[in-house]
Design a protein around this ligand. Structure first.
Ligand code: SF4
Ligand code: ZN
Length: 763
């Protein structure tokens, strides 16, 4: 045990407690004891204080006892006489530091000094999720300030990932790297391993946050990088996050410090990376982190603390840049990250994907804005599709990637072209049922490449390549390389061979698009034979909880997921491939109301799956307990009260609807995982299901529909009209070509004698 570290940590803690006491006195005098204190959008009060002491602090007046407690944890500085080689007093200083730091941050919120301003900063993925349908460049916060504490929505989605292992751990970086290049390298190495990175602190006023911002590294929730603040104190949010994880997922209560600290030591794979000179306050904060079992790795010369049992391995490790050994700084940065992972024992799964850009799930949420774009496939101007199908084992060559047609070399900057991605897979355990499940993965696999954005699926895929990625040499072939590597890595259990063909040649594109559509239709139609009353279980889909944390799709044979990509068979197959994945069977249990679509099993599941936000869900109603939506819906169904019916807007439709809103605006109303009677996001094939809003009158309630939808599904709708006993029904439904206001709609309905006019009132 280093006396040097003990001395510096104790000195840092003592100075901070003094400073905080002074600030608190001032705040109490200026704002009064009843002045409210809180971190925005977070539960558990001031979380570290709540976890460690059990005090639910809500006002300034409750803080003096906290500081008194912090002061009691301070010990006299070690002298030659008074010195024990144990960690205890250092750990106490660390705890005192955390209590004081959180108090000080709370006071800063009272004075509006937090979150810290940072002009020009735009964080990727703000606290409010924006639907991808709303177009590009709209995700993110308004910008202009650092993150401050992580809000609860994020905590929940990340916490689950940290717990189930998808996210191996988090790194709290404090300070400033040797150079901007080193800063970028360290963060990229962490992102590559899907390690969540918290950024705080500075050295002589310069923070790693400045370095990353200067280098144009996209920071924010979506890229797994959270800039808390440019001072050391803001590192408290990392430990607050750790405390809240234990309270949220570990079932602990406030005032259970031992349990909370042990939970973190055992389950949360986190470490502190101290970059640049370590001052007293940083030593003190590091001592705080060690309480949580988080080791501290420094890139400068500091004394080490070897294992004593508080952390799993070493407590403090020094790895100065000039001693690490590699040839250049980049290599050393990589070794530094490697060392952190070893010391903490983080289990990391890196997919080795041969592409010239960084690759990892940390890049999945990256947005490629139009101005940064080299080229796009799909979207407004062109058609991009993806199709995966199985073949015989000897019909394909594993790893073969072929581009049929021109590359994008001759397409001008920010241009567009048609593309089709056809993936052929073979394996002894492969089944046709698994095709759609594997195909859906293309979205995640392609998105993992930095500078590549993928939206949608099937024949409405939309892919962008950024200038940056193109400059680094990313080309069409790399889509194939990614898919080959990832299908082997993630689905090795069922896939033995993967071959990919990219079609840009117009004739071949058209030919394969037709084949792909046949394939999609085939999958959709297989369901036609299956009805809800023939099965004993539905399936859940929680795939979208990564961003809509309380949303669950309940998928039945006659109601597919609202994104259109998951039907009952898909979920069943997905469950058999991965029983701990996002699709689980929901036993129906006893029927409660089969007209509206209530079963004991679906209701029970709705509560659990939505984390108690939704209490009941009616499978066949839009007016009563409708299913929630994330943001991926193919269509929005919305009540038009004046018309005694509903309209259906397709995501491809940009026109004005009779509700006075376009699809993009409506998407904001429909999404977010809330139940909103009268509004529902649906997969387009649910429209033709015999179970489409049957509780509210069924398909005859549709009074208006996007023209594109009417045309593209003309055949299917025709069949529905006959089924509903009104063969001319489709012609009675208005569309965007004829009607764009409620007045026009009512006139149209009168003129065409729409059945909704004489139906029972919808509510
Ligand atoms: Fe699953 Fe529903 Fe998301 Fe589709 S929209 S991926 S069915 S949760
Ligand atoms: Zn979704």
């Amino acid at each position: 045990m280093s006396k040097y570290i003990a001395t510096r940590a104790m000195r840092g803690a003592s100075a901070l407690v003094n400073e905080t006491e002074a600030m608190l006195q001032k705040a109490l005098a200026e704002k009064g004891p009843d002045c409210k204190v809180a971190f925005p959008n977070t539960a558990y009060y001031l979380p570290t204080i709540f976890g460690m002491t059990g005090t639910a602090v809500e006002t300034l007046g409750q803080l003096p006892p906290i500081l008194k407690h912090a002061r009691s944890l301070l010990h006299p500085l070690p002298s030659d006489k008074h010195w024990t080689p144990y960690l205890g007093e250092t750990l106490d200083s660390g705890m005192a530091t955390l209590l004081a730091a959180e108090t000080l941050e709370a006071i800063r919120f009272v004075y509006g000094l937090q979150p810290e301003p940072m002009p020009g900063l735009k964080l990727a993925g703000g606290t409010s999720f924006t639907s991808p349908d709303a177009g590009n460049g709209q995700q993110g916060t308004d910008g202009g300030h650092l993150n401050g504490p992580i809000d609860d929505i994020r905590l929940r989605s990340w916490g689950i990932q940290l717990v189930d292992g998808r996210m191996p751990g988090f790194a709290a970086i404090v300070g400033c790297a040797k150079s901007n290049e080193v800063a970028v390298k360290i963060v990229r190495e962490l992102q590559r391993r899907s390690i969540l990175t918290f950024l705080s602190g500075n050295v002589n006023g310069r923070s790693i946050i400045h370095q990353l911002q200067e280098e144009g590294v996209e920071l924010g929730y979506d890229t797994f990088t959270v800039p808390f603040g440019t001072d050391t104190l803001s590192a408290i949010y990392a430990l607050g996050f750790a405390t809240r994880s234990a309270l949220t997922f570990g079932g602990m209560k406030g005032g259970m410090p031992r349990e909370i600290l042990n939970y973190n030591k055992d389950r949360v794979f986190a470490f502190v990376l101290a970059l640049g000179e370590v001052d007293d306050l940083k030593y003190a904060a590091a001592a705080g982190a060690i309480n949580f079992g988080f080791p501290v790795i420094a890139d400068t010369v500091i004394p080490e603390i070897l294992p004593t049992g508080v952390t799993t391995y070493e407590h403090v490790v020094s790895m100065p840049f000039n001693e690490i050994g590699g040839k250049d700084d980049m290599e050393r940065a990589e070794q530094l990250v490697q060392k952190c992972i070893e010391v903490r024992g983080v289990k990391v799964k890196v997919s080795n994907v041969p592409v010239p850009v960084p690759y990892g799930s940390a890049f999945e949420g990256e947005v490629v804005r139009k101005t940064d774009m080299r080229i796009e496939f799909g979207g407004k101007h062109t058609r991009c599709f993806e199709f995966l199908h199985m073949t015989d084992l000897d019909a394909i060559t594993d790893g073969k990637v072929e581009v049929v047609g021109p590359t994008f070399e001759n397409i001008p900057a920010q241009g567009h072209m048609d593309m089709g991605i056809v993936v052929e897979v073979a394996g002894r355990k492969m089944q046709t049922d698994f095709e759609p499940v594997l195909e859906r993965q293309i979205h995640y696999f392609v998105n993992g490449a930095s500078g590549i954005q993928h939206i949608g699926q099937r024949d409405i895929a939309w892919i962008r390549i950024s200038n940056n990625a193109a400059d680094k040499g990313f080309n069409l072939e790399h889509f194939g390389k990614i898919l080959h590597a990832r299908f082997h890595a993630d689905f090795g259990a069922i896939v033995d061979k993967v071959q990919v063909t990219i079609y840009t040649d117009p004739a071949k594109h058209a030919e394969w698009l037709a084949k792909a559509r046949e394939g999609y239709d085939f999958r959709n139609r297989r369901l036609a034979d299956l009805t809800d009353d023939k099965v004993e279980e539905f399936y859940s889909c929680t795939l979208c909880q990564s961003f809509a944390p309380n949303h669950v799709c309940v998928v039945s044979p006659e109601r597919l997921g609202l994104c259109g990509a998951y039907n009952w068979l898909d979920c069943k197959a997905s469950f058999s491939i991965n029983p701990t994945g996002p699709n689980k069977p929901i036993k129906l249990g006893s029927p409660i109301d089969t007209k509206k679509g209530y079963w004991s099993g679906t209701n029970d599941y709705a509560k659990i799956g939505s984390h108690d936000v939704v209490q009941e869900v009616a499978m066949y109603s839009i007016m009563e307990n409708p299913m929630t939506a994330c943001g991926c819906f193919e269509c929005i169904v919305m009540l038009i009260p004046e018309a005694n019916g509903v309209m259906v807007v397709s995501r491809e439709d940009t026109s004005m609807t009779p509700a006075g809103m376009t699809f993009s605006t409506l998407a904001g109303v429909a999404g977010g995982g809330q139940q909103t009677p009268g509004v529902m996001g649906v997969g387009k094939y649910y429209l033709i299901s015999p179970k489409f809003i049957t509780a509210d009158g069924g398909f005859k309630r549709v009074v208006w529909m996007s023209g594109t939808l009417k045309e593209s599904m003309a055949e299917e709708f025709k069949a529905v009209a006959i089924r509903e006993g009104d063969p001319d029904l489709i012609d009675k439904i208005a569309d965007d070509k004829s009607v764009s206001t409620v007045e026009e709609l009512l006139a149209w309905m009168e003129e065409h004698n729409h059945p909704a006019l004489t139906m029972d009132p919808i509510f």
